[in-house]
Design a protein around this ligand. Structure first.
Ligand code: FES
Length: 74
């Protein structure tokens, strides 16, 4: 089972052994370590992975989980 944690003003922390990250062609990105983090600020030079740049650019995201959210996949 995978767990994805939305970190405050930072990346997405992905935990779990049965997780792969693929591009739009289905090609797998090599995972050097687990857990790993995915960029959500858009500033990483190692996308889709986080490289810590969010701290330098002052990334701020206020969203929190809302139990009754009806959001759909984009
Ligand atoms: S979230 Fe870390 S570089 Fe974007």
């Amino acid at each position: 089972m995978a767990k994805i944690t939305v970190r405050k003003d930072a990346s997405l922390l992905v935990e779990g052994d049965d997780v792969t990250v693929v591009d739009w062609n289905g090609k797998e990105y090599p995972l050097a370590r687990r857990p790993f983090t995915l960029c959500r600020c858009g500033a990483s030079t190692r996308k889709p992975f986080c490289d810590g740049t969010h701290s330098r650019v002052g990334f701020a995201a206020a969203e929190e989980a809302v139990p009754s959210s009806t959001d759909r996949l984009a």
